[in-house]
Design a protein around this ligand. Structure first.
Ligand SMILES: *Cc1c(COP(=O)(O)O)cnc(C)c1O
Length: 964
């Protein structure tokens, strides 16, 4: 390009990121359009997106900005946060993230760009990491079973409450007991859930549990103000009442405290945040959920289990892995889909790196420093609320105003109750010098106490704080994995070894329909580990989080413009949680106008399984709307059902473009029908990647949508989480979104209880989406959408003729994804969609989405980030696989012995001295030129799904298993 033709923006480099994010070059685009027979992208989009819903203008967003400008701006915002040393506690603690884990896991795209491990053969690394997490949780809690993470402690407690009722059918009570020293944010979230489950919450002193007629009870261990008490008699009292019991436990305390399992708890929940995961202004962090064996079939979330592969070798997989919600719909045990896999892996690795001895050192040091602090403040004349403690004490009768000034001077935060009580929670990072500073703050500088002197005295007089009945006497982390990797060299190699077993976006396109596996740009990821974002407590005083609030406000404003809604609630930390939050807002709004009897939710049969599961959690009755032969919502059926349920119609949930990958022409009409009957329209925004800059759900009839920031807006999938599912709402719903009991929000009614533990969900990952939008600007975002549509149509066109494309819009185009139908092929050849998925591994790819939304199909979504080179490579592989199927159909290969049935091929296959297959080793493992040059080996052969579910083992397997 001649230099005089450059625009000023180009001279400034403002467009550069757009062409880094978007895969196809101008030349690629020309070739793809020629293949499609389209003149221009504009024409393709005109033929794909109904004119009636087009935005017709560019979005009003600032930008694009260069990568360095975006980072500079974010750094300026970050500096407006004040990183005080926090002693607030209450479920969030300072922690040392070991640098070897920070650099090699949290900051490593090999870990953070992977998908949920639905293809276990190329996911053994992260499956092992998650199994370590489960094992650490089981050991510390003393339970028989643990899942691979939930969203946060508060929602885990709410899930536990629901499980108490499911698992305790004989008990007809609808009352659930919560001990009054529960974390306030946990109670807040449980109130929301209880409202719609029809439970009554009894909040009372723990020792009164036996006085109530209840189906379940929850205790906090240690209590919110630091008390450590023997739970055994309380759990017993609850059990005598026929109640199931939940303990919300602090994971680090369990290193020295008796495990809740040994005390008789049925369920143990909590957060693993302080196992190396930064506070991040509230998240993301992995909650844990552990139970007794008898509850194993009804645990919410995902469980990693041990199965075997086709060679009989042990292999890990997600147990009972079919997305539960897709099968059981509104009867599902929970709506949890995306959880916190990356953070669970980090917490698991923290346990691996420290081992039992390391954790004991950490926990004992924290406890000893707390004892010194307690002793000192008592000698200084202050009173403690409790005579027991692990890591926190509460001082009573103190002049809070006086010490607040000293806190500011020393740049520390204590937890103020506003009634003359102050709680001080120590943690892994607290030093003896810090305790000296705390004495200065609490007692004034003339206190004359010596930390070392107090320590000597206390050591001589025996340990303090933990009641005798509560001392832990059982081992934990005894599996060899937890004692092998304590040197950094060993740990580094372990992490790398696991990483190398897995396929992520660092290897190849991951064409999962509905999941939008696009680029997670390095620049977008950089801010998340800056201390000014990472080390902020969610309940820090508001003047310390000015930068965070500004970033969140700006991101909200971007999303308002992108969606056409009036306000954004940044609280839900997954898509499914957003659905729940949105439906709850609808129900609260309807109650406020005297329409609480509206409880019918219309859901098209093609909807994602989380939709009906979320509706059920909001106490709605699901009525299914049928789809017609071309996959569109059957408008006549919709009319009939809206008419039939008119008086009770609460909402419809529509996914747009549909999960069938089509921009339905009738979406406005569908919204109108529901509005005419007094209902609200929920538009599932998971497919926003086909809309940004082209159309807006708020314009064509939506009242509320969630946005999966971990799909369209570049937050990486992390191997199954974290995510963020903020909701956009029209102004009438805005006062009814989630508020927060600890950090109240403006413009939201105070009685609107929370859906997440933290006011802004997983705030620490929001800079990713902020940076993406800022660096793309309006034009870049629109072009990304157009290229996502172009890439999908190019794939549909190239594969057509080899595989039937199931659904298309009225002009023959698809949206940003396409479904290819394997059912006719399977009928003719016996080769299934699963065989194709596994064979793709041999070609170096991750499979598309399998059997959603239609059984027996594959759904392909390339996103805008994939280049023509990669897309062609994928299409070539699919076409080559089709040719292989033909050889089976024609009898050249038998159905029992062909490279599809035996896929994926491992190094063990090639080494097999008895190779006696009807095809060569080369066809098996090196079917394309590309894999000859760069082979990503599956770590195991095809994993047996049934075996792992029949005998559920979700602890680290004994080494003997690997020996035979
Ligand atoms: C991904 C997805 C969801 C659920 O989002 P999570 O973040 O996994 O909870 C809901 N609906 C659709 C259509 C989706 O693709």
């Amino acid at each position: 390009m001649a230099h005089e033709t450059l625009t000023l923006a180009q001279l400034a480099g403002h467009d550069d990121f757009i062409s880094r994010h978007n895969g196809p070059t101008d030349a690629n685009v020309a070739r793809m359009l020629a293949t499609l027979g389209e003149e221009s992208i504009a024409q393709l989009v005109d033929r794909t997106v109904p004119a009636a819903i087009r935005l017709g203008r560019e979005l009003d967003l600032e930008g694009p900005r260069t990568e360095s400008e975006a980072l500079d701006y974010l750094k300026r915002l970050a500096r407006q946060n004040k990183v005080f040393k926090t002693y607030i506690g209450q479920g969030y603690h300072n922690t040392h993230l070991p640098a070897v884990i920070q650099r090699n896991v949290l900051e490593n795209p090999g870990w953070y760009t992977a998908y949920t491990p639905y293809q276990p053969e190329i996911a053994q690394g992260r499956l092992e990491g998650l199994l370590n997490f489960q094992q650490a949780v089981m050991d510390l809690t003393g339970m028989e079973l643990a899942n691979a993470s939930l969203l946060d402690e508060a929602t885990a407690a709410a899930e536990a409450m629901a499980l108490c009722q499911r698992g305790n059918k004989k008990n007809k009570s609808t009352r659930f007991f919560i001990s009054d020293d529960v974390l306030p944010q946990t109670l807040d979230v449980m109130r929301t859930r209880a409202d719609y489950f029809g439970f009554e919450l009894i909040v009372d002193a723990a020792e009164n549990v036996g006085e109530h007629d209840i189906f379940g009870a929850l205790f906090q261990y240690p209590g919110n103000t630091g008390e450590v008490r023997d739970l055994a008699p309380l759990l017993e009292a609850a059990r005598e009442r026929g109640a199931m019991t939940v303990v919300a436990a602090d994971l680090l305390s369990l290193v020295v405290l008796k495990s809740p399992g040994s005390l008789g708890a049925d369920i143990v929940v909590g957060t693993s945040q302080r196992f190396g995961v930064p506070m991040g202004f509230g998240g993301p962090h992995a909650a844990f959920f552990a139970t007794t064996d008898k509850l194993k079939r009804s645990i919410p979330g995902r469980i990693i289990g041990v199965s075997k592969d086709s060679r009989g070798n042990p292999a890990l997989r997600m147990a009972m892995q079919t997305r539960e919600q897709h099968i059981r719909r509104e009867k599902a045990t929970s709506n949890i889909c995306t959880a916190q896999a990356l953070l669970a892996n980090i917490a698991g690795f923290y346990a691996v790196y420290h081992g039992a001895e390391g954790l004991k050192r950490i926990a004992t040091r924290v406890q000893r420093l707390t004892s010194i602090l307690a002793e000192g403040v008592m000698r200084g004349g202050l009173n403690l609320q409790h005579s027991s403690w692990f890591d926190a004490i509460t001082i009573t009768g103190i002049d809070e105003g006086k010490i607040l000034g000293r806190e500011l001077t020393h740049e520390i935060n204590l937890r103020h109750h506003g009634d003359g009580r102050v709680t001080i929670n120590l943690d892994e990072t607290t030093t003896a010098a810090d305790v000296g500073v705390l004495f200065d703050v609490l007692l004034g500088e003339e206190h004359g106490l010596s930390v070392a002197g107090l320590d000597q005295e206390l050591l001589a007089s025996g340990t303090r704080g933990i009641p005798a009945a509560c001392h832990r006497d059982s081992d934990f982390l005894t599996h060899p994995t937890f004692s092998r990797y304590h040197s950094e060299t060993e740990m580094l190699r372990y992490l790398k070894r696991l990483e190398n077993k897995d396929l992520s976006l660092t290897h190849a396109m991951i064409p999962l329909g509905s999941c939008t596996m696009k680029l997670n740009a390095t620049t977008e990821m950089i801010p998340i580990t800056w201390p000014e974002f990472a080390n902020i407590h969610p309940f820090a005083p508001s003047d310390q989080v000015v930068g965070y609030r500004q970033m969140i406000d700006e991101l909200s404003a971007f999303l308002v413009e992108i969606t056409g809604y009036d306000a954004i609630s940044m609280q839900p930390n997954s898509g499914a949680q957003g659905e729940y939050a949105g439906l709850v807002a609808i129900r609260r709004y309807q109650a406020s106008v005297g329409e609480s009897e509206r409880d019918i939710c219309l859901i098209p049969s093609s909807a994602h399984g989380t939709n009906p599961a979320s509706a059920a959690m909001a106490a709605m009755k699901v009525v299914v709307v049928e789809c017609d032969a071309s996959g569109n919502i059957d408008i006549d059926d919709l009319r009939a059902k809206a008419e039939q349920h008119s008086d009770k119609l609460s909402a419809i949930m529509i996914t747009y473009p549909s999960t069938h990958g089509v921009f339905e022409e009738t979406v406005r009409e569908a919204c109108q029908v529901v509005h005419d009957h007094g209902g609200q329209v929920y538009i599932d925004g998971a497919n926003m990647n086909a809309q940004v800059g082209i159309c807006r759900p708020g314009d064509f009839g939506g009242d509320v949508s969630h946005l999966n920031l971990h799909k369209t807006f570049c937050i990486p999938h992390g191997g199954g989480g974290p995510g963020m599912g903020p909701i956009g709402v029209k102004s009438h719903l805005a006062p009814f979104v989630s508020n927060h009991v600890v950090t109240p929000l403006q413009g939201v009614k105070p009685e609107c209880t929370a859906v997440s533990a933290a006011a802004f969900g997983s705030a620490a990952i929001l800079p990713i989406s902020w940076a993406y939008i800022k660096m793309m600007g309006a034009r870049g975002l629109r072009e990304a959408t157009e290229l996502a549509i172009l890439n999908a149509n190019y794939i549909a066109t190239r594969l057509d003729g080899h595989y039937p494309v199931l659904y298309r819009g009225k002009n023959g185009t698809v949206a940003h994804e396409c479904i290819i139908d394997i059912r006719p092929l399977k009928a003719a050849s016996g080769i299934s969609e699963e065989d194709i998925a596994k064979r793709l591994i041999d070609y170096g790819f991750h499979a598309p989405t399998m059997s959603f939304p239609v059984a027996g199909t594959l759904m392909v979504e390339p996103t805008e980030s994939e280049s023509l080179y990669e897309i062609d490579r994928f299409c070539d592989a699919m076409i080559a696989i089709r040719a292989e199927i033909t050889r089976v159909e024609q009898g050249e290969w038998t159905l029992e012995d062909n490279p599809l049935i035996h896929a994926p091929h491992t190094q063990a296959d090639l080494m097999d001295a008895d190779w006696n297959r009807g095809y060569s080793r080369e066809i098996g493992a090196f079917p394309s030129e590309h894999v000859k040059a760069a082979k990503q080996w599956p770590a195991v052969n095809r994993v047996d799904n049934v075996h792992g579910d029949r005998q559920l083992i979700c602890s680290c397997p004994s080494i003997d298993l690997y020996r035979d």
